[in-house]
Design a protein around this ligand. Structure first.
Ligand code: GDP
Ligand code: IMO
Ligand code: MG
Length: 425
């Protein structure tokens, strides 16, 4: 058995949560492997809407186990809030034993968030546009070998370890200026740590490999998107983890030869939230139209997402990095009223026409070369069968499959679980 992976090919918010929820009945285990509550994964079904930040999107299927892997960074306060909200809506994954957490996952402290905020405000106009959830500082402590892990919460000297790390943070924070009062947050954090102990702690590497040995099916759920990857994204305007398939290996403890199907998910257009380059951005009325039609406002922060046309060189890059075997196209319905849509096929860059992402897209801006494609001018949101897909949309699908040399096997035409079509190939 192998681990399938589903991850974003753009700058996040492609619709990963929705598709994991659609696919999860086929899987025994769903695992998050990187990122933290900077993620906001939205699921809609039975007229209900949920946004998950830390919890894997398999949580609504009663037969699937959900793992928060070692590569994830956990804010116990947010995790508790997520679980309380689920419980209030009749879902109790802790009570039913459907949620486990890796001992080796790192903890986000209240002072990590203060550091995130201080660092961002110090950068002024050059800021990353972080979600301010403390992600960067927590991964810095992880790689700096200072971090606190979930497993540490049950050690007798946890309080001392916490105080030691907090003192280090306070010393750094004092260089930025006055330190805001965080006593309430600290109280909530320590209470949430107690709560965290009630969720089973596991060694994700043993759990996942045991599952594979027993012939069980595992799906790894990415957070953020490939263009936010710490190594290959639009650095420094990225997040602090490997959002690519390789991250699934280190973030759960599986060998590279255990990777099976890789689902690469993308919107029929493109969005980005936060700062950084975005070659196909439409900073105009068309972009505003896309934002309104696509409800492009962040699931975690509520910030308006920047919008633009689909970027084929960027998608090709993402497909290569991740070893994508199947594509999932989301939010096609958002383009329903467009007479014409556009795809970026190449960039004009530094006097040349290129079809790949160059090293520096921050100081030299690539100018997109766009190809016009006929729109379908039809409401897609009610279609349930492949035969109902309008000819112009079929053309767009074939056009992308050819350009990306990868089949599109799912098409999403609305936010609800039911608004998903499997495409025969
Ligand atoms: P994720 O972070 O990749 O899970 O994506 P988000 O949940 O942040 O953003 C995707 C948004 O698009 C959510 O509000 C979804 O409910 C919504 N969505 C997902 N698929 C579709 C679709 O096919 N059509 C439309 N109109 N909305 C969709
Ligand atoms: P999901 O999983 C979209 C962006 C932030 C910022 C940059 C760094 O819902 O797709 P960070 O908080 O990680 O320090 O922010 O990354 N970002 C996301 N954008 N979707 C996400 O997650 C994101 N998580 C982080 O906006 O530009
Ligand atoms: Mg999101």
């Amino acid at each position: 058995m192998q681990v399938d992976v589903l991850l974003g090919l753009q700058w996040g918010d492609e619709g990963k949560g929705k598709i994991v929820d659609v696919l999860c009945p086929k899987y025994d285990l769903i695992a998050r492997f990187q990122g933290g509550p900077n993620a906001g994964h939205t699921l809609e079904f039975d007229n209900k809407k949920f946004v998950l930040n830390t919890i894997p999107s398999g949580i609504f299927n009663p037969d699937t186990l959900n793992l928060i892997g070692n590569g994830v960074v956990i804010d116990p306060i947010i995790l508790k809030r997520e679980l309380d909200n689920l419980k209030a809506n009749g879902f109790d994954p802790v009570g039913t034993g459907k949620l486990v957490i890796a001992r080796k996952a790192h903890l986000i402290l209240p002072t990590h968030q203060l550091l995130d905020a201080a660092s961002e405000s110090n950068m002024g106009a050059g800021k990353i546009g972080s979600t301010l959830k403390g992600i960067g500082p927590t991964y810095m402590d992880k790689t700096g070998r200072n971090g606190l892990r979930v497993g540490d919460t049950t050690l007798p000297d946890f309080t001392e370890r916490y105080q030691k790390l907090k003192e280090k943070h306070l010393s750094i924070l004092s260089h930025y200026g006055e330190i805001p009062d965080f006593s309430e947050k600290e109280e909530a954090f320590l209470a949430a740590i107690e709560f965290l102990k009630s969720i089973p702690h596991v060694d994700s590497e043993h759990l996942v490999n045991q599952y594979l040995k027993e012939g069980k099916k595992v799906l790894a759920e990415g957070a953020q998107g490939t263009l936010l990857d710490i190594d290959f994204g639009s650095y420094p305007f990225v997040t602090s983890s490997n959002t690519t398939t390789a991250g699934a290996c280190t973030g759960m403890g599986i060998a590279p030869n255990k990777i099976g199907t890789v689902f690469g998910i993308f919107k029929a257009y493109c969005t980005r939230v936060g700062s950084g380059p975005f070659p196909t951005e439409l900073d105009n009325e068309v972009g505003e139209n896309l934002r309104q039609l696509g409800h492009e406002f962040g699931a975690t922060t509520g910030r308006a997402r920047r919008t633009g046309w689909i970027d084929i060189p960027a998608l090709k890059y993402a497909i290569m990095l991740n070893g994508v075997t199947e594509l999932v196209m989301m939010k096609a319905d958002v383009l329903d009223t467009f007479e014409k849509i556009y795809a970026c096929t190449h960039y004009k860059y530094d006097g040349q026409v290129i079809d790949y992402m160059p090293y520096d897209i921050n100081s030299i801006k690539p100018e997109p070369i766009l190809e016009e494609i006929a729109g379908w001018n039809q409401d897609l949101t009610g279609i349930t069968k492949e035969e109902e897909i309008p000819a112009a949309l079929r053309n767009y699908i074939s056009y992308l499959e050819k350009a990306l040399e990868t089949p599109i096997t799912f098409l999403s035409v609305g936010p609800d679980r039911k608004q998903t079509l499997a495409l025969t190939k």
